[in-house]
Design a protein around this ligand. Structure first.
Ligand code: HEC
Length: 425
């Protein structure tokens, strides 16, 4: 994040505010106002206060970061401000520059941790990693949950962990099952460094072979989705591209480069005919999946962060940092206006339809889950049990249960008919 959002200005001998972010040591020593943070004290740190605008001018100037990103920075300081995502925090060359750690390339991501530099300052508050992705297996018998470098497989009836798989580098931000349930793919990567996809092949009886690791994106991957009816999947990344992959060969078939900012979401229509992407450039784009030709550009007032198609394929729903959720018609040719808009008090981070199309749900930063009729006309229920920002949501195929997960790492399961919380883990 620092590399992407700050280094353009905060580098070199005349860095503004006397603050250079070119190395981990420079980051620690801070600028004109002294050190940017004391480990374990994120909320009161200069860094966080400049990001929220409590200290002026707000950073980055004219382009405030999302609340989620600021929360990640705060939390990183609370946990001790350890720089552990790259090999040697050298004094030159940018704190997050360079290739993925060699160890990650050869043996999978866990090895990179060893380079962590410990601090002798106050003991950091240890928090569980956020749960940032959810995907229910096509047969509904396993719920995959993406966390820090790992994927947990839960029994959806009880929330009990059945198995834990070692995932891609850093936070797992996307998860997708192949329609036959034989493959599970997880995506993540290191911000400013590179994206990574892990694909497991299973026998269906809980035996997963060691995953394949694919690395083509030059920045972390935010979303991944299988193409229905094909042995292909698509990824969306901070490097501004969407890539379409052949799942058998691991080769990129096509790269979509229409966005001019980070891409946060990608979705296929159930008939595999359309693909759509959501971007920080304030648009969602709709493409013909077979040709990669862009069909429409759908506008929001701020970054578009999530999107999904209705199972019938007639609607595309987008959510943006402007707190709006928009429902668009899906068709060839110009699409100027949404059919309808819904709004939330805080950004909506995750959207889902049930496979039968009967229900739609979202999860937001105000900890709410809202359930809607399948045409997103009527709100049917509001669920308030979650204790932290919600980042991921999914519904069982006939909408009998809704699952959500978020910043505190907890996963929730409600019965949709009654709104009763069935379990929380
Ligand atoms: C477009 C250029 C630009 C970008 C991008 C930018 N800054 Fe700044 N930053 C400035 C300028 C100019 C100042 C001096 C402001 C002043 O005091 O008038 C500053 C000052 C600061 C200070 C105060 C330092 C001190 O001790 O006075 C902090 C902290 C800071 N920036 C953090 C960040 C962070 C973190 C980012 C990325 C998230 C960022 N900035 C991105 C231009 C930028």
């Amino acid at each position: 994040m620092l590399n992407r959002e700050c280094l353009g200005c905060h580098a070199g001998p005349a860095a503004p505010g006397g603050l250079s972010l070119e190395s981990a040591a420079r980051l620690r020593s801070g600028g004109r106002h002294g050190p940017l943070f004391t480990p374990a004290r994120g909320a009161e740190s200069l860094l966080v206060r400049y990001l929220t605008g409590a200290m002026q001018p707000q950073m980055p100037p004219g382009k405030p970061l999302s609340l989620e990103t600021i929360a990640v920075m705060r939390r990183w300081i609370d946990e001790g401000a350890v720089v552990d995502t790259f090999r040697t925090p050298g004094e030159t060359g940018g704190i997050l520059r360079g290739a993925l750690p060699q160890s990650t390339r050869r043996r999978g991501p866990a090895a990179g941790v060893r380079s962590a530099r410990r601090t002798s300052l106050p003991a950091p508050v240890r928090q569980s990693a956020p749960a940032t992705a959810l995907a229910l297996a096509p047969d509904g018998r396993q719920l995959a949950v993406g966390g820090y470098r790992s994927v947990r497989l839960l029994d959806p009836n009880t929330g009990t962990v059945v198995e834990t798989l070692s995932g891609p580098a850093d936070q797992v931000l996307g998860l997708t099952w192949s329609p036959d349930g034989k493959h599970l793919a997880a995506a993540g990567g290191i911000s400013g460094v590179g994206g990574e996809v892990c694909i497991w092949e299973g026998s269906g009886t809980g035996h997963w072979a060691a995953p394949r690791h694919l690395q083509e994106h030059s920045d972390s991957i935010q979303a991944i989705t299988w193409r229905p009816g094909h042995r292909q999947f698509a990824t969306a990344a901070l490097d501004r591209t969407v890539r379409l992959w052949d799942a058998d060969t691991g080769k990129v078939l096509r790269t979509l480069t229409d966005h001019v900012d980070a891409v946060w979401g990608v979705a296929y229509s159930v008939d595999g005919r359309w693909i759509a992407s959501a971007s920080g450039d304030r648009t969602a784009k709709l493409y013909n999946a077979a040709t990669g030709r862009k069909v429409a550009s759908l506008a929001h007032a701020e970054a578009v962060t999530a999107l999904t198609f209705s199972p019938k394929g007639d609607l595309l729903v987008t959510a943006a940092a402007d707190r709006q959720v928009r429902v668009w018609p899906v068709r060839e040719g110009p699409i100027e206006n949404p059919l309808r808009s819904r709004s939330e008090e805080e950004p909506v981070n995750a959207l889902a339809f049930s496979a039968d199309g009967a229900a739609f749900a979202w999860g937001a930063s105000n900890r709410r889950v809202r359930l809607w009729s399948g045409d997103v006309q009527q709100q049917t229920r509001e669920l308030r049990d979650a204790e932290d920002w919600l980042y991921a949501i999914t519904l069982s195929s006939t909408a009998t249960q809704v699952f959500a997960a978020g910043a505190d790492g907890r996963v929730y399961c409600w019965e949709t008919a009654t709104g009763r919380l069935l379990w929380k883990k």
